[in-house]
Design a protein around this ligand. Structure first.
Ligand code: OGA
Ligand code: NI
Length: 339
C-alpha cells in the first residue's frame, strides 16, 4: 500500500527506482506539436456518410493504429461524472484504498502501481492503477468493484455500458472496412471488457520517468478517455507524437488481436505515457478482449497470399505477453506463421 505513488510522492525527489534507462526515458520531452492522430466525427456516421467514416477509421488504423472519436453518442455529463468519481477514488484517504491494494495479478479487482509484478520489475511506473472486469456479466462484476466513493458502482456501471456500446459500434465499422460480415467481432471475440484506471500524480522530473513505458495493448480494441491533461504519446514513423486531450473525445486504439485478425492490415502501435510536473492526470481505459479460449487467427477472407499468423488461444497470447510487455516484436513473433 505504501508503494502507491499517490501515498508518498509529495515533496520528495524522484527515487532511483523510478528512473528509466537513457534509451527509454522521455529525455527533454520535445515532441512535434504539429503532428497528431486523426480525429473522426461519428456524429456524421449514418446515411451516405457512413462509407466515408468507415474509410477514415480504417486509414487511421492502418497508418497510426490510433484515432480519436468525437460526437460518439456517450453522454458528456456521464463522462464528466465518471471521471469525477474516478479522480475521487484516488483522492480517498489511504485506509479506504488499502482494502483494494494487491500485488497479486490474479486478484480480479485490484489497486496497484505495476502492470504485472512490482517486485520483479526493473523500473517502477509513475502511476497508480485500479483495474477490474466489467464484462461478461456486469451485475456479477460490479460486486467486485470499489464500494467507495459511494456512487462508484452506479456511475461506472453506466459508463461501462456506454463504452461497450461505442466499442461495438467501432468494431462494426472496422468489420465493414475490412470487408468482413456484420457482427464478425461480436460474440466471443469481444466478450470481455476490463476497466483500467490510471492515476499519474504530478512528478518531480518528467524527463527521467514514465507513467507507462512503451507497450502495445494485447486485447482487441481499447476505448480510452484521457481526461484533460497531456501525457499519451504514440510511436509513428520513427518518432513519438502527442495525443492532444480533446474535451469529450475518446481515444481508440487497435490491439494486438485486431492486428492479427486483419492479417497485419491494421496496426497495433506502441504507445507510452509521460508524466507532468504540476498536474495530476487520470485516464480510463476500457480493454475489449476475446474470451480466454477464443481461437484467434487471421480472417479467411484477408489471408491473400499467406496467413501471417498461426491459430492460437487468446489465453496463450496473454501468457506470452506479460513477461515481454515492453517488447512487442518478441510477443508477435511467437505467433507468426513461420515461428
Ligand atoms: C494503457 C494505456 C494510456 C493513458 O492503459 O494501456 O496505454 O493515457 N493508457 O493512460
Ligand atoms: Ni496501452
Amino acid at each position: 500500500m505504501e508503494k502507491l505513488v499517490s501515498s508518498w510522492y509529495k515533496n520528495k525527489p524522484l527515487p532511483e527506482s523510478y528512473i528509466f534507462p537513457p534509451e527509454t526515458r522521455p529525455g527533454n520531452l520535445t515532441v512535434p506539436t504539429c503532428k497528431t492522430i486523426p480525429v473522426i466525427d461519428l456524429g456524421k456516421a449514418e446515411g451516405r456518410n457512413r462509407t466515408r467514416i468507415v474509410q477514415q477509421i480504417c486509414k487511421a488504423s492502418e497508418e497510426y493504429g490510433f484515432f480519436q472519436v468525437v460526437n460518439h453518442g456517450v453522454p458528456e455529463d456521464l463522462m464528466k461524472e465518471s471521471m469525477d468519481v474516478l479522480k475521487e477514488f484516488f483522492e480517498m484517504p489511504a485506509e479506504d484504498k488499502a482494502v483494494l491494494y494487491s500485488e497479486d495479478p490474479r486478484n480480479r479487482c485490484r489497486l496497484s502501481t505495476s502492470s504485472v509484478n512490482y517486485a520483479r520489475e526493473k523500473v517502477h511506473h509513475w502511476r497508480d492503477n485500479l483495474r477490474h472486469p466489467c464484462l461478461p456479466g456486469l451485475e456479477d462484476c460490479i460486486q467486485l468493484w470499489p464500494q467507495k466513493p459511494i456512487r462508484y458502482r452506479e456511475v461506472v456501471a453506466r459508463f461501462s455500458i456506454e463504452a461497450k456500446k461505442l466499442g461495438s459500434r467501432i468494431l462494426e465499422f472496422v468489420a465493414e472496412g475490412l470487408g468482413l460480415e456484420p457482427g464478425y467481432f461480436g460474440g466471443e471475440l469481444s466478450e470481455f471488457m476490463q476497466l483500467s484506471v490510471n492515476h499519474y500524480p504530478p512528478c518531480p522530473d518528467p524527463s527521467l520517468t514514465l507513467g507507462i513505458a512503451q507497450h502495445c495493448d494485447p486485447n482487441l480494441v481499447t476505448i480510452l478517455h484521457q481526461g484533460d491533461v497531456n501525457g499519451l504519446q504514440v510511436f509513428n514513423n520513427g518518432e513519438w507524437i502527442r495525443v492532444e486531450p480533446l474535451q469529450n473525445a475518446f481515444v481508440v486504439n487497435i490491439g494486438n488481436q485486431l492486428q492479427i485478425i486483419s492479417n497485419d492490415k491494421l496496426k497495433s502501435v506502441e504507445h507510452r505515457v509521460v508524466t507532468n510536473s504540476n498536474l495530476a492526470r487520470t485516464s480510463a481505459a476500457f480493454f475489449i478482449a476475446p474470451s480466454g479460449d477464443s481461437i484467434i487467427e487471421p480472417a479467411k477472407s484477408l489471408i491473400g497470399q499467406a496467413s501471417l499468423y498461426r491459430a492460437f488461444e487468446f489465453k496463450d497470447f496473454l501468457l506470452h505477453y506479460f513477461p515481454n510487455l515492453e517488447n512487442n516484436d518478441v510477443v508477435m513473433e511467437r505467433f507468426r506463421s513461420q515461428a
